[in-house]
Design a binder for this molecule. Structure first.
Ligand code: MN
Length: 132
């Protein structure tokens, strides 16, 4: 079974870029454009990793992370906050909400896969992105 990454992101360009990069590395991508849809997808599909935009409409990423951590099946998976807020406090806030990692926007296509590599399950990591 392929490694599933749930991307919760409301910005189409970021969603497109992130999806493109993850799929080029052989990962399966599940897209959600708001927090509620993201939570529903996480409950249904138990992804291996969640990339979570913090600035989302109606329900922000912090609230989404807190909600995700209530599901026992999702307790051990990495939730990586993706945010353009360049403030130090946001990292702490994301971690307190249940995120285990943090990457900053704008997404750098050159480093993105390396940045998230250590949040992926070990089997995926060892295969790397070299099978295209
Ligand atoms: Mn956003």
């Amino acid at each position: 079974m392929r490694t599933k990454v749930l991307v919760i992101e409301d910005n189409e360009q970021n969603l497109y870029l992130t999806t493109f990069l993850l799929e080029s590395a052989g990962l399966e991508v599940i897209q959600a454009r708001d927090g509620r849809k993201g939570i529903d997808a996480a409950h249904r599909l138990t992804p291996d990793l969640i990339l979570l935009d913090i600035q989302l409409p109606s329900m922000d990423g912090y609230a989404v992370a807190r909600e995700l951590r209530k599901d026992a099946r999702l307790v051990h998976i990495h939730i990586v906050a993706v945010t353009s807020y360049a403030m130090l406090g946001d990292r702490d806030k994301a971690m307190k909400a249940g995120c285990t990692g943090y990457i900053e926007k704008p997404i750098n296509p050159e480093t993105f896969l390396d940045d998230i590599a250590h949040y992926l399950p070990p089997a995926t990591r060892s295969k790397g992105a070299g099978n295209e």
